[in-house]
Design a protein around this ligand. Structure first.
Ligand code: GDP
Length: 366
């Protein structure tokens, strides 16, 4: 087959994989100017659409930023920091300055201490060797924090290009679309132009005569729960609004099921609080530890769901990770799903998560 190149971003046109760079429906190949769907939507609807890549391709493509000069804006999801903070960011971005944007702030309880959260994000980044100039918390759907963010971008970019980098689903397109609307108003001022030598799959939106806002493809994070559930299930487990803390006073030898997706056994310790932060739509079940296996065996897919009945067979088996939680406040994190904050004198627990999804702990962030 003849090879076509998108005249917007330079990606090789393909008609098979809608979520990957260069996708265009077959009918687009007959047009005089061939654009991939992503560039087509940007051109005609002023709207950015995310495309995603797998690890190797992502590194190859996005790390070409190293050879360019500009500001890196790394967008992460504050509800899923472990799953969205890119550990290999310095390798991708070289010496370019980085600002970290924590998106989806609207999902955290209103009582969240924003300064504490920012400090923690700085700490997490520095643990990974990521040096950041600034941390800004925003909600792109609510428009919160966008003014501060625009000012900070102007300040740090020093008239250079701005590269937006992030894992899929952090809200990159929502964020960019918001910026586009504010900077271009109703007019269709956006044109994309492909210059030989610029990086394939990047979309450049002019900021002024000399510089551009560059949208880079997102990377899929395989550790996220999102990879193990269907689209319908993902919709239900992704919180849409402020997550309400659900508090359980547990005695040892009790278990909590979060739907049928993960489970936490309180094995040993004094009676204490287990505070759950998950999508409000997810049902939490408390049971005796001795009954937990049988309950799961019998009711996964119905009482304990998602996974929904027709998906139970494909859902990976739950794997237990036992550990001791220190005294104080510790969060047990199920990446992409939420976390349980344990507050007491220390406890021995077993966290069960689908095979392939890592469980992590951290000092409580709230
Ligand atoms: P992308 O893959 O990074 O481009 O992410 P999208 O922009 O497509 O957003 C992924 C999902 O997150 C969508 O369902 C958005 O509505 C949602 N989303 C994006 N920004 C926010 C936000 O600030 N708050 C909340 N609650 N949801 C958001």
């Amino acid at each position: 087959m003849e090879q076509y190149i998108c005249q917007g971003c330079g990606a090789v046109i393909q008609t098979e994989h809608p979520n990957e760079p260069g996708y265009a429906p077959k009918s687009a190949l007959e047009k005089e100017v061939i654009l991939c769907k992503r560039c087509f939507r940007l051109k005609h609807y002023n709207e950015i659409q995310d495309v995603s890549l797998t690890d190797g391709d992502f590194l190859k493509m996005v790390s070409s930023i190293r050879d360019r000069d500009g500001l890196i804006v790394h967008l992460i999801d504050v509800f899923d920091v472990e799953g969205t903070l890119l550990s290999n960011l310095p390798r991708i971005t070289g010496d370019n300055p980085i600002i970290l944007i924590g998106n989806k702030l609207d999902l955290l309880p209103k009582s969240t201490n924003e300064n504490k959260l920012k400090q923690w994000l700085r700490h997490e980044a520095s643990q990974l060797g990521i040096k950041i100039k600034d941390v800004i918390l925003i909600s792109s759907v609510k428009g919160k924090g966008m003014d501060e963010l625009k000012q900070k971008i102007e300040l740090h970019r020093a008239n250079k290009d701005v590269f937006i980098v992030g894992v899929t689903n952090v809200g990159k397109s929502t964020f960019i679309n918001h910026l586009i609307q504010e900077t271009t108003g109703e007019e269709n001022a956006i044109t994309t132009s492909y210059f030989p030598g610029t990086t394939l799959g990047f979309i450049e939106i002019p900021l002024d005569e000399e510089s551009a806002l560059v949208d880079t493809p997102g990377i899929m994070n395989k550790q996220q729960m999102a990879h193990y559930v269907s689209e319908k299930e993902l919709k239900m487990i992704t919180p849409k609004k402020e997550v309400k803390a659900r508090v359980y006073q547990l005695n040892e030898q009790q278990t909590l099921f979060i739907g049928g997706l993960v489970r936490l056994d309180f094995i040993k310790g004094e009676k204490q609080s287990f505070i759950c932060y998950f999508s409000n739509d997810l049902t939490i079940h408390r049971t005796k530890l001795e009954n937990a296996d049988a309950l799961y065996e019998k009711h996964a897919g119905e009482l304990l769901s998602p996974p929904y009945e027709d998906q139970v067979d494909q859902f990976p088996p739950l794997v237990a990770h036992s550990f001791k939680v220190e005294e104080g406040k510790v969060d047990i994190v199920f990446p992409g799903l939420g976390w349980i904050s344990v507050q007491g004198d220390g406890a021995t627990v077993a966290a069960h998560s689908p095979k392939g999804v890592a469980v992590t702990t951290r000092k409580s962030i709230l």
